[in-house]
Design a protein around this ligand. Structure first.
Ligand code: FAD
Ligand code: NAI
Length: 475
């Protein structure tokens, strides 16, 4: 007789493991199935985010930033650091340790919350009496039944046609996070989030980095003024970004990778590199899920079709995170996981798609929430804008990092905050205040009237809110 559960979660990334924890908190008997293996073949829950995404990329960004500071910024503080060397193997080892701490943390959370964890692949067998039968294929094979099933199977890197990932020369995010020595020449295709973060890591370590981007605009989803400021900073750092290119044939040989492309002027070019990272977006992952066994509807991209509540076309089956529509972000996956568990419990789980923050962890960091100035123009919304540069912020000067600004966009009539955009130091942390403000439908004046600690970067947020009403105090 198959083991029975109230809720079976397929996938143990941020969408899945968080859904499992919330469902358990709500009193359900919960199982979570995840197939990710560590180097020893053991379980490594946490999904893309923990194993080859958010966490390891931030570990490498931190290490490479320390290296960059030691080489270029310590001297300003009177610290001499000659012959600074990077031990790449040690850096990668530290990153692996950080990943393992997170894997172990999730295994501990499964135990703490009395969630039954299965290490293996979950495949739908059929709609069974009282729910759905799911086969788990791991070291052994067994079948379990869930009254309700939450699918959180994530996404995989998209490859360029004719240039499959070999993870030696042509790298996805996985290979990009474990390059064993600093490549002399590194090429990237796609100047989106991964392209900029990974390009930054290896540039700081000394690689000659070129990013080829198909679109003519840089970071089209970002507020234009913020994207322009960020581009200026990246140019200054020596990160070469070519926009409006058309990538042609890619030749992969023992010597490296040769890329034929046409530039924005239509001229034929060749780029030779030791390694190529392809970061052109990700595709939803339903490989081996057995979607057809229960008649689960997928769209033309392979994403599971869901409604606003993450319900699929099969009653009792839900899907969250990268495998469904919406931004491919860990915190979006988590929020959907929590909301679905609450809906199963008859509660009113809710995800506000208008207040999901975005962060690009480059230096300067880029973070935003809400609409951009170009979106407000396109939507015909009357708005007021206010900006404040970090150059005029005391804490930023003390830190020695005055790049960038905070920008507020507020409704011209009601003063409600419609968007906040930041490029500069610790933008990833500063954006939270804006998310809270927007969630509570605050006005720019609300933020302008709140006492912010001095000296702090958050004073730039207050000042940008004041700027909406043209009354900055320090600029
Ligand atoms: P995933 O994290 O992909 O997890 C899915 C899990 O399901 C995996 O463990 C997979 O093995 C498992 N699985 C799949 N099919 C089955 C099956 N049939 N049976 C059992 N298990 C299965 N987002 C951010 O918000 N911030 C960041 O800083 C950030 N950085 C990133 C950096 C990189 C390099 C990349 C690639 C992504 C980054 N992301 C970031 C995006 C983030 O990783 C994803 O949005 C997030 O992981 C999605 O969570 P998920 O639970 O939907 O899927
Ligand atoms: P992306 O969507 O951010 O960027 C892809 C870029 O590649 C785009 O600029 C696109 O125009 C370009 N492109 C697509 N096809 C191309 C082609 N054939 N030739 C040249 N350029 C081409 O995708 P990316 O960087 O792969 O990241 C995937 C997702 O992972 C992100 O969208 C994000 O959701 C998530 N992520 C989030 C991070 C964060 O939150 N800090 C960090 C890294 C990834």
């Amino acid at each position: 007789m198959s083991k029975q559960f109230d809720v079976v979660v397929i996938g143990g990334g941020p969408g899945g493991y968080i859904a499992a924890i919330r469902a358990s908190q709500l009193g359900f008997q919960v199982a979570c199935i995840d197939e990710w293996k560590n180097a020893e073949g053991g379980p490594a829950p946490g999904g893309t985010c923990t194993n080859v995404g958010c966490i390891p990329s931030k570990a490498l960004l931190q290490s490479s930033e320390h290296f960059d500071h030691a080489n270029h910024h310590f001297a300003d503080h009177g610290i001499s650091a000659k012959d600074v060397k990077m031990d790449v193997a040690k850096m990668l080892g530290r990153k692996d340790t950080v990943v393992k701490q997170n894997n172990d943390g999730i295994l501990y959370l499964f135990k703490k919350n009395k969630i039954t964890f299965f290490h293996g692949r979950g495949t739908f067998v059929k709609a069974a009496e009282g729910g759905f039968e799911v086969k788990v294929t791991g070291k052994a094979e067994e079948s379990i039944v869930g009254k309700q099933v939450i699918i959180a199977t994530g996404s995989n890197a998209r490859a360029l046609p004719g240039a499959p990932f070999d993870e030696i020369n042509i790298l996805s995010n996985d290979g990009a996070l474990r390059i064993g020595s600093v490549p002399k020449k590194l090429a990237l295709i796609g100047s989106g989030v991964i392209g900029l973060e990974m390009g930054s890591v290896w540039r700081r370590l000394g690689a000659d980095v070129t990013i080829l981007e198909g679109l003519p605009t840089f970071l089209g989803a970002v507020d234009e003024q913020i994207a322009k400021e960020a581009k200026k900073a990246f140019d200054k750092q020596g990160l070469k970004i070519e926009l409006g290119v058309k990538v042609g044939e890619i030749t992969n040989s023992k010597k490296g990778v040769s890329l034929a492309y046409t530039n924005a002027k239509g001229e034929a070019q060749t780029l030779d590199a030791d390694k190529l990272i392809v970061s052109i977006g990700r595709v939803p992952n339903t490989i081996g899920l057995g979607a057809e066994a229960i008649g689960l509807q997928l769209d033309e991209r392979g994403a599971i079709v869901v409604d606003g509540d993450c319900k699929t076309n099969v009653p009792g089956v839900w899907a969250v995170g990268d495998v469904v529509r919406g931004p491919m972000l860990a915190h979006k996956a988590e929020e959907e996981g929590v909301a679905v568990a609450e809906r199963i419990a008859g509660q009113h789980g809710h995800v506000n798609f208008n207040t999901i923050p975005w962060v690009i962890y480059t230096s300067p960091e880029i973070a935003w929430v809400g609409r951009t100035e170009q979106q407000l123009k396109a939507d015909g919304v009357a708005y007021k804008a206010g900006t404040f540069p970090f150059l005029a912020n005391g804490r930023a000067r003390a830190l020695g990092d005055t790049t960038g600004m905070v920008k507020f966009l507020a409704d011209a009539t009601t003063d409600e905050i419609l968007g906040v955009h930041i490029v500069g130091p610790m933008a990833s942390e500063l954006i939270s205040e804006a998310v809270v403000a927007m969630e509570f439908k605050a006005s720019a004046e609300d933020i302008a009237r709140i006492c912010h600690a001095h000296p702090s970067l958050s004073e730039a947020t207050k000042e940008a809110a004041l700027a909406v009403d043209k009354r900055t105090l320090n600029f």
